[in-house]
Structures are given as structure tokens and as C-alpha cells.
Design a protein around this ligand. Structure first.
Ligand code: FES
Ligand SMILES: [Fe+2]
Length: 380
């Protein structure tokens, strides 16, 4: 006989919660307590144990067009620069000068060397120090001690990932079988046609969790008809990822744009549904027959998150035409704003005196459950 579960109780000491947390099947699990979204201690631990350890989505290969191209970004508040060296290899560094922590690159562009914008120490594209003005009389100055600190860079198709941990597991281990599953979409052949940045006063995990479930769709996105097919959604969790497949409703014209706008080479299942894949912690991929949307989630503070959307379509004039882009990008902008508005309210709710850990839908919150397990695997 199943014993009745205890009522939810408040968590007064987050350190004890972290130390005593135990995995539970979703049918029994409670969701995170509010402190997981409001505690500076948790946020600092996440920076140290998740964002400094895992592979993180950083950008699209079109941001590095030729040898010498670079772009800068921050991920969980770490300033980084990604560059294509003269041999065409991608390299990444902390964008922090070993002299006095100035930036060695600003925004994006093309260069032959990286020159610090503070006092002009200069590095080659392998990160080695090559020029130091006015340091002739410095004694025992060992140039090799002042190279840029490298980070790992790898790609899945056109998607660039970084890992700040030099000993982190290979990217392939984190991606699991996703590259095989999405092989026919041939992401590298698609054109990146648009990017959009969103900034929201929400803890980053609320956004990832929102992207991991369709439970909210009927309420938050009434214009999406997806919910009517909810019992046909297929959900799957893996070591580090979560996958949802939504078959389109039969005869749903809204998803069937002109066949000439579709990605070529897809099978029937792919032509008749869309997928959402999350590679935890910060990458969300929305895959449809006519477009792909890559999302980067970047925590910029305990309750500040930057989300970047990169849009990819088949590299044809028709797919790239403003008429086509306006329809797909416009639909999603509305949906995103609906999510972000709701999440800002949820973040406020997390600060309420009243909120206790909730329960998860075993039908529709499998992704949230897996994500919370992964968070705890990293943090403990
Ligand atoms: S901080 Fe970079 S040269 Fe001084
Ligand atoms: Fe949503």
C-alpha cells in the first residue's frame, strides 16, 4: 500500500536541503523549494559547479566567418572570447587580460592579434603573449606566465559550445544521441537569418524549466493549438538532455507552409511534427520542418537572465524572404513574451512567504523533473 505523502513543508536552511536531497520518481517528487530560485548561495554554487563545469551553448558558426573572426560574450558572468585562428581552428579564452583584467576583445570583429583595450598587452590567436609596451625594465618577467587562459571549444554542426573546465568530459558525452537523431535536418546547411535578445528579471532555471514542459501551453499560449494533441506528445529524458516530439494535428494548415520552404531530406515523422531538445544546462533547440530555433540561456544574476534566439531556415531565397521570416519570427516573439511575462510573476511568487514545494505532472513535467535532478547532481 502506498503511504500518504507528507504535506509540503518550508525549507529554512538551503544548505541542509542540498545535503539531504534524494532523487524521487516523478510520481512522488516534490519540485524545488523557492530558495532554489532566490538564494544567492545557490546561484554562486551553480556558477561554480554547473556553469564552470558543463558544456554551454555559446553561439552560431556564422559569427566566425573567416580566420581572425572573433566574438565576445559572457556566460554566467564569465567574460569570454571565441576566435577562429589563422589555421581555421576555433579557440576560446577568458576575455580577461593577465595584466590587470582588462578585456582583450570587444564585441565582435576580425583581428590578427588580440590587444588588451586597457594597456595594450597583445596576444596571438593561440593566446600567447606577444607584445608588452613599457615593460623593458621589469625584472624576471616570464612571458609564458601571462598567456590568455584557454577554454574548451567544440561544435555540434553549426552550434558552438564552450566548456570552462579544461578537464570537462567531451561535448559528445553531454549531447548523447541527439546528433544522430537530428542528422537529417543537416543544421550546418541551414542559414542563420535572425537573432533576437531577451532580458528578463527571472532566475535562469525558471526559463529552462518553462522550456522543458508543455503543461503551461494551454493557459499561457492560447493561440497555439498544440494542447489539443497533448496526449500524443512523446517525452524522453537522457543523461544530459530532454526531448519532446509533437505530432502536428491532422489537417493543421498553420504548420504546412509551402513545401518549397521545408528542410529537404526529412522523413515523414519529421515533416509532420516538431521537436524540442534541451541540452542542459543552457541550450534549447526547437526543430520544425521549415525552421530551427536555437536558444542560449545566460544567467546574468540571481534573477536576471539573457536569452538569445538564433533563427535558422533552409538557405533558399524563398525561405529567407521577409514574408516567410515575418511569419515564423513574429509568431515566436508573441509566444516568448507570453512566457517571459508569466515567468516574471512566477519569480515574484517564489519570493512569497506562502510558497512551498509543489508537485509535478507525471504526464507533462518530465523535463522539469529531469532538469531538477541534473541540477542537484551538479550541486551536491
Ligand atoms: S589590463 Fe590588459 S594590458 Fe593592462
Ligand atoms: Fe511557453
Amino acid at each position: 500500500m502506498i503511504s500518504p505523502s507528507p504535506p509540503p513543508s518550508s525549507v529554512t536552511d538551503i544548505e541542509t536541503y542540498l545535503a539531504t536531497w534524494k532523487p524521487q520518481p516523478i510520481e512522488q517528487a516534490q519540485s524545488f523549494p523557492a530558495q532554489m530560485y532566490t538564494s544567492e548561495t545557490v546561484y554562486r554554487l551553480e556558477q561554480e559547479r554547473i556553469f564552470n563545469k558543463a558544456w554551454l551553448y555559446a553561439g552560431h558558426i556564422s559569427q566566425l566567418e573567416q580566420p581572425g573572426s572573433y566574438f565576445t560574450l559572457t556566460l554566467a558572468e564569465q567574460p569570454l572570447v571565441i576566435v577562429m585562428d589563422a589555421e581555421g581552428q576555433l579557440r576560446g579564452f577568458f576575455n580577461v587580460c593577465p595584466h590587470r583584467a582588462g578585456p582583450v576583445a570587444i564585441a565582435q570583429g576580425t583581428c590578427t592579434r588580440l590587444t588588451c583595450q586597457y594597456h595594450a598587452w597583445t596576444f596571438d590567436l593561440h593566446g600567447e603573449l606577444k607584445a608588452v609596451p613599457h615593460m623593458e625594465s621589469a625584472q624576471n618577467f616570464n612571458w609564458s606566465h601571462y598567456a590568455l587562459k584557454p577554454i574548451q571549444v567544440d561544435t555540434w554542426g553549426p552550434f558552438i559550445f564552450v566548456n570552462l573546465d579544461p578537464n570537462g568530459e567531451p561535448l559528445a558525452a553531454q549531447l548523447g544521441k541527439l546528433p544522430d537523431l537530428f542528422q537529417r535536418y543537416n543544421f550546418s546547411k541551414l542559414a542563420k537569418v535572425h537573432s533576437e535578445d531577451y532580458y528578463v528579471d527571472v532566475n535562469w532555471k525558471l526559463y529552462v524549466e518553462n522550456s522543458s514542459e508543455s503543461y503551461h501551453v494551454a493557459m499561457v499560449h492560447p493561440s497555439l493549438d498544440l494542447f489539443r494533441n497533448i496526449h500524443h506528445i512523446e517525452l524522453e529524458t537522457q543523461h544530459h538532455s530532454y526531448l519532446e516530439y509533437f505530432p502536428f494535428l491532422p489537417n493543421n494548415e498553420s504548420h504546412y507552409l509551402t513545401p518549397g520552404l521545408f528542410i529537404t531530406g526529412l522523413n515523414d515523422r519529421e515533416l509532420n511534427g516538431s521537436s524540442v531538445a534541451l541540452v542542459y544546462p543552457n541550450f534549447v533547440l526547437v526543430v520544425c520542418p521549415n525552421f530551427v530555433l536555437a536558444r542560449m540561456i545566460d544567467p546574468q544574476g540571481l534573477s536576471k537572465t539573457h536569452i538569445r534566439f538564433d533563427w535558422l531556415v533552409p538557405d533558399t531565397d524563398a525561405a529567407r524572404s521577409p514574408a516567410n521570416l515575418t511569419s515564423v519570427v513574429g509568431l515566436y516573439d508573441k509566444v516568448v513574451n507570453e512566457d517571459l511575462q508569466m515567468l516574471a510573476t512566477v519569480q515574484q511568487g517564489m519570493r512569497s512567504l506562502s510558497y512551498l514545494p509543489g508537485r509535478l505532472s507525471p504526464l507533462l513535467e518530465v523535463g522539469t523533473h529531469r532538469f531538477q535532478e541534473i541540477i542537484m547532481e551538479y550541486l551536491r
